[in-house]
Design a protein. Sequence first.
Length: 562
Amino acid sequence: MSFLRRRKVPKTQNLGPQEIEGEGEHGDMKTKPRPKLKEPKRWSCVDSCCWSIGCICSIWWFLLFLYNAMPASFPQYVTEAITGPLPDPPGLKLRKEGLTAKHPVVFVPGIVTGGLELWEGQQCAEGLFRKRLWGGTFGELYKRPLCWVEHLSLDNETGLDPSGIRVRPVSGLVAADYFAPGYFVWAVLIANLARIGYEEKTMYMAAYDWRLSFQNTEVRDQTLSRIKSNIELMVATNGGRKVVVIPHSMGVLYFLHFMKWVEAPAPMGGGGGSDWCARHIKAVMNIGAPFLGVPKAVAGLFSIEVKDIAIARAFAPGVLDKDVFSLQTLQHMMRMTRTWDSTMSMIPKGGDTIWGGLDWSPEGDFDCCARKLKNNDAQTADQSGKGSLGSTKRVNYGRIISFGKEVADIHSSKIERVDFRGAIKGDNLINTTKCDVWTEYHEMGIEGVKAVADYKVYTAGSILDLLNFVAPKLMARGDAHFSHGIAENLDDPKYEHYKYWSNPLETKNRVPTNPGGAQAIGKEFPTSAPQITECSRHGNLHYVWCWNPHRKSIRVQVNSCC
């Protein structure tokens, strides 16, 4: 039949890269291209980075798991295997000797070591109720620095809380056991006392807001009344045994103020009577007591250039300058710390009589930084003046601030000084820019800065005049709460005012009957050396250079304009 036709079977093996799809209308074959095999994709830099991050995270989580899974004694076992058995802690040694808890203990922390938490704040502090703003991890400092500065600053007129902000001290032993993770303050002492039987009812942390003036802690928080009540309770609940008080740093001055306050009649004092300390205090163990003040406080108030910031500048120069990321770090720090009235309690007391004048000081030619030599011959040579730093270069410790290294060394008769008192500060147009953080330096023009520098050298007797010139509002508040002189007649009724209570040179201290007391200070840790300052002008920038006789020159920015 004509419509029948034989179909040829296609040879698929000869089709190459094509495959059979079907027949067309006229019987011819349709083919479809076979897809080409894709080559494997090469790794990019992003893939390598993601893979590395994944490996690091996996290893980190694995090590963290092992750390949490291992027994708590394993690190100590490894340490002892390497270095040998660890010595017993002091508390364990005392317990082996048979000592047990007897007198209650009161801790009084110093400046900046006590934790502060937020109770009321602005909108920027949402979610921080009862979170630590000072102490702990300082996480909020990194997350919202300007908000943090605002909430830790006090009112520049009253020295109390700004409107709408309430920051209060943390209570309990946790208030100052650790300043930051790994940075203990009282934790080791608390742990060792616990080993001989002490517990929370026989230990008390007298936490207070260390930013406030001492009397204002009573005005705002009734802190002095709380300390009085807690000490009375501890004595009553421990069989009438008196307390042993351990203040540290500025806490020594605070407790000195408390001992005068508690015996002073109300309403200025606590009304405890003239024998309250004798009935309740067994002994006072002062640690690092700044009874006569510290020069470091002057550097902090004058230019915020304290030792710690100087070290930070040496390791990372320029990081704290205002032009880096436009943070103006030092300006914010100065604005904040100059509202803390407590810093005024640390200013050197006694003037030139205690700290020395232009050409003399109680230290004389003594080199406080010299290390003790173990070799007797070397020590003899040092005392004879050979090889001694003090024999080749005399440091005038009475000159707390010197504008220039040369001025710090020469005799006072060769120094030409221009009195800055009463000098005109000049117009402040150069210091009023939109990007500058306000400090009291903004009220000083070029003439004011030059007048301060032209005085050349400042001793303890002229430091107060200097601070009154550069920071009048700070000093106005400070003068109402603190005094830094020497009493001529302690029987004068004016010395019954609370502003004199933290100055041992201007107050009578009622010592308990059968008193006990001690003083603990650091060994071979010198205090701050005199500050040598150089003032220069470069464009609209005003710099201060701080130089330490035992450290290289470090630049400090006091004031600047955009």
